[in-house]
Design a binder for this molecule. Structure first.
Ligand SMILES: [Fe+2]
Length: 216
């Protein structure tokens, strides 16, 4: 006879309950058809809302208030609106059994593009507004993985500068597969290391002189 722990028992019960719930959802969906399900599913709801800036854009060093405000209002919020539109169009396309696959591919590409833009811009803006002095556990982790904080910063800058002349992202990521930290190069909003969880994102489209070199 096997002996299970209380934790395992709770987990088994939770899985069972989830299975029941999923089974109920699946039977309801199949009864009404996938197109009807898509029209009201959260994945296609188009309800994303912009995340507010967490700092005063008038008090940044090296980036003007006008630049940051314009970037947040136009580029970032434009992607939020675009993602909402795409999601509702995906639902409409799912309701059409004759919708061409090549056209669906276009919608899926734009979904990925807008999702990347929304997520990476939120990491970008959230990293601004501090005093520039690193500390805490992230400082220690960067020291461990790059040899020193300065060595990490040098590689981060070099990675960003390797995108010179265009747009793109430099992303400090936690690789969940290897459980390690890396600075990843991303050519556009759709680039990202598999299993990489962003920690800090630098928008290369925003040049050091405070202009948008390739507004996206
Ligand atoms: Fe941007």
């Amino acid at each position: 006879m096997s002996i299970i722990t209380r934790r395992q028992a709770i987990g088994t019960a939770a899985l069972s309950a989830t299975g029941i719930a999923l089974a109920g959802t699946a039977s309801a969906a199949s009864a009404q058809g996938p197109a009807a399900s898509a029209s009201r599913a959260g994945a296609f709801a188009g309800k994303h809302t912009p995340k507010p800036l967490r700092f005063n854009p008038a008090k940044l060093t090296g980036l003007s208030e006008r630049l940051i405000t314009s970037h947040w209002e136009n580029n970032y919020q434009g992607s939020v609106r675009g993602l909402n539109t795409i999601e509702t169009r995906l639902a409409a396309a799912m309701a059409d059994p004759d919708f061409p696959p090549v056209a669906y591919a276009g919608l899926k590409r734009e979904e990925l593009h807008c999702t990347g833009s929304v997520v990476l811009h939120e990491y970008y803006f959230d990293a601004l507004g501090g005093n520039g002095n690193p500390g805490g556990s992230i400082y220690e982790a960067l020291d461990d993985w790059f040899g020193s904080f300065d060595a990490w910063a040098a590689e981060f800058r070099r990675t960003a500068m390797s995108l010179a002349g265009g747009s793109g992202w430099c992303i400090l990521s936690y690789n969940r597969n290897t459980r390690s930290l890396h600075n990843y190069w991303a050519f556009d909003h759709m680039h990202g290391a598999a299993t990489g969880a962003p920690l800090i994102a630098l928008d290369r489209g925003q040049s050091v002189d405070g202009t948008l070199t390739n507004a996206k």
